[in-house]
Design a binder for this molecule. Sequence first.
Ligand code: ADP
Ligand code: MG
Length: 333
Amino acid sequence: MKRIGTAILYTLTVMLVGCGAPQRVDRNSFHMGTWVVISVYNTRHAKYIEECFTLLANLEAEVSTNIPDSAISRLNSSGQARLQGDLADILRAAKLVSDASGGAFNIGVLPLQRLWDVQNRLDGEQPPTQSEIDIARELSTTGIDISDDGDALDVQLQKGRGLDLGGIAKGYAGDRCAGQLKENGVNRALINIGGNVRTVGDGEFRVGLRNPRGRAEDLFGLVTVGECNIVTSGDYERYFQTDGIRYHHIYDPETGKPARSGLLSATAIGENGAFADGLSTAIFVMGREEGLALAVNMGYDAVVVTEDYKVYCTENIRASLEIVNDEFELVSD
Ligand code: ADP
Ligand code: MG
């Protein structure tokens, strides 16, 4: 149904535009486990959106752990690979964010993700036992060796280990789409990969920040930015609830459990999509103070929402951030 709806929307947009002034065209497609919406601001650029969807499908075939014969799945089952290209670039970015965050961002999180399996658990189901968590935590934080000779990456995984790019691949993909659109001469576009937003081109963009306790379209704020990535991690994307506890999909490698750092969401804003994506996940794990400090150290901006609906941000972005929902309060400290 959604696809039909999109087709109708697209046709209508084109009809309304006719031969007049350039107009915005939105198209969507499902990739990397989420809905992707790409907008261009000139009907002549609409054809390049399809090229982005093809790029995303190809990238997904490399990096998705849900596709059994993807390059990453083959690496995870064989335990070793020599990597170049996109996968190597994503792992290089992951290593940088992992080192900068003291391991809060952890590319080896697959055993924990498989154990918790939050997207397939129903409300009321019991979480894994402490001994199961201890085993998966050990597997997620040891036994991974990645070396880089500048040309390629050599990856060695000990038994039971696995890489999970879910916390970084969408941000990387946003930059790849942006690069391709620009090569095609697209001067203004907006790429939204399941809430990972990449702006393309000159001028300003107002990007909504999602209310972590609202519906998908409810915002708590707006940021006005130039060309960059705006990536949010939150506890509302995938979770199950049992006995009043929300078990979500971002794990603290120190506890092996869904991170409880006092945040409902963490948004990272900056130039490199993979860094911004990895950083948003890391900030969510680390919490407000450490997370915002990490963003500043990396030269990125960040906006976090705490459990008491307070909003904190890095100094640099404050003037560009507008709170649009009275339930939330911007705290200046
Ligand atoms: P989303 O994918 O919902 O936009 P994130 O970017 O924060 O949100 O990524 C969450 C995904 O990252 C999880 O589904 C899991 O695959 C992976 N992940 C979970 N915890 C961590 C972690 N501590 N470090 C790196 N990746 C993680
Ligand atoms: Mg992320």
